[in-house]
Design a protein around this ligand. Structure first.
Ligand SMILES: NC(=O)c1ccc[n+]([C@@H]2O[C@H](COP(=O)([O-])OP(=O)(O)OC[C@H]3O[C@@H](n4cnc5c(N)ncnc54)[C@H](O)[C@@H]3O)[C@@H](O)[C@H]2O)c1
Length: 388
């Protein structure tokens, strides 16, 4: 096998704007199918294909799974069933590269893990921020013990992203909340239902990599389930998860999509240990910072860490999100074609999904603390067996 025959499922902004381009630029991939139930999206996607004659166009996901010319499914969907769709593809014998977040229920976390274990197919959550340059630098500092015992790690994803909460069913136009009167038939999308905290994988994935750790307990807290900034939106402006890790660190992570935020620095991170501290920049003109307790440092010092890696290969440059988008496609391809083990395997992926799902569950139950399962097989659960 010298190429991955891949179907791109979900032909929205991400699928068409990023995935189609990446998969046609990177050697080792051939797009053999595209799919979206919204047929008005097909034409634009077809126009972005280099060899449209070789690509089948589907409206039903089941047709993709039945297609023997499809080895792998690229899931760029945005829906409650995102995790179930990934599991269905694994169950049908396809490899899966799935967009963030991995899923929206604990059942789907387990369904993905079991389907991956039973099929032996490659499952990857295409979470790319874990490849950022500063994440790698922080990971090394923590691994070398420079931070001592990490006691606190913070992360936030504040992205003013209200343009996709409503959609006109006929034209497919996304409708800004302020223009709903012009589109009387517009209906809420999954963005208008999804608890924002479900989007924590972009914080948990890089920071759990830095800490080499997993979350064992979570409690969530939310503002009311209707936006103050845009009352038409039926999700909270701010949601926060407080988490405890296996290595005894406290994580404080938040997500917000409906309230205004500058068009920059959506993500912010902070790691504090008994030996020092690391901090991402707050504003574009700011700089990341570091302080080491044994470093004869009287204050935090600025460090020119960036999203971009200093060791990025040429094909990564300009791939998106500080060059990071490239890495998830390269890792997925190399796992399928060359059997290269994924560093970000299915268990680490679920370590980023389950705490987020359970944070929302905690909020729904009045902010009760909930235990986060370890999805790895062990003495109590052989590989492929459902948890008891
Ligand atoms: N990693 C990143 O940085 C990043 C950036 C943007 C978006 N995303 C993720 O990418 C995904 C897509 O985002 P988007 O902005 O393109 O969303 P979008 O709403 O524009 O497009 C999603 C598409 O999925 C399709 N879809 C829904 N259910 C489907 C099903 N059952 N079968 C086939 N198609 C189905 C929808 O019809 C829609 O066209 C989301 O999961 C989002 O969270 C990730």
């Amino acid at each position: 096998m010298d190429e991955v025959r891949i179907a791109v499922v979900g032909l929205g902004g991400r699928g068409v704007g990023t995935w189609l381009g990446m998969l046609q630029a990177l050697p080792g991939y051939r797009i053999t199918a595209i799919c979206d139930p919204l047929e008005y999206l097909h034409e634009r996607a077809i126009s972005r294909l280099q060899r449209p004659d070789e690509v089948r166009v589907y409206s039903r996901y089941e047709e993709v799974l039945d297609d023997s010319d499809v080895d792998a499914v690229a899931l760029a969907v945005r829906c409650r069933e995102q995790g179930a769709l990934a599991a269905m593809a694994l169950e049908a014998g396809k490899h899966v590269n799935c967009e963030v977040p991995a899923c929206h229920s604990l059942n789907d976390c387990w369904r993905i893990v079991l389907a991956q274990e039973r099929s032996g197919k490659v499952y990857q959550l295409a979470e790319q921020t874990r490849y950022w340059g500063f994440v790698e630098a922080w990971r090394k500092l923590v691994a070398e013990g420079k931070l001592g015992h990490v006691t606190l790690c913070e992360g936030q994803y504040f992205h003013y992203y209200v343009g996709q909460h409503f959609r006109d069913p006929k034209s497919g136009t996304f409708v800004h909340p302020s223009r709903l009167a012009d589109y009387p038939e517009a209906a809420g999308t999954w963005m208008n239902e999804m608890p924002p905290i479900h989007y924590l994988p972009h914080e948990l994935s890089p920071m759990l990599k830095v800490l080499d750790d997993r979350v064992v307990q979570v409690v969530g807290m939310s503002t009311r389930p209707q936006s103050y900034a845009h009352p038409q939106i039926q999700t909270a402006d701010m949601q926060m998860a407080l988490m405890k890790t296996e290595k005894d660190a406290i994580l404080r992570m938040a997500a917000s999509f409906a309230q205004p935020h500058p068009e920059a620095n959506y993500h912010w991170y902070h790691v504090q240990g008994t030996g020092g501290a690391l901090e991402w920049k707050r504003a574009n003109r700011d700089m990341p910072k570091m302080w080491l307790a044994d470093g004869q440092m009287h204050d935090l010092a600025e460090v020119d860490w960036r999203y971009e890696r200093t060791d990025a290969p040429a094909e990564a440059r300009g791939s998106g999100h500080g060059d990071a988008d490239y890495y998830v496609h390269a890792a997925f391809r190399d796992a399928i074609l060359h059997g290269k083990p994924l560093e970000f395997d299915v268990y680490r992926a679920m370590d980023t999904a389950a705490p987020a799902v359970l944070a929302a569950e905690s909020m729904a139950q009045g902010s009760v603390p909930l235990a986060v399962p370890d999805f790895r097989p062990g003495p109590n659960r052989p590989k492929g067996a459902a948890p008891t």
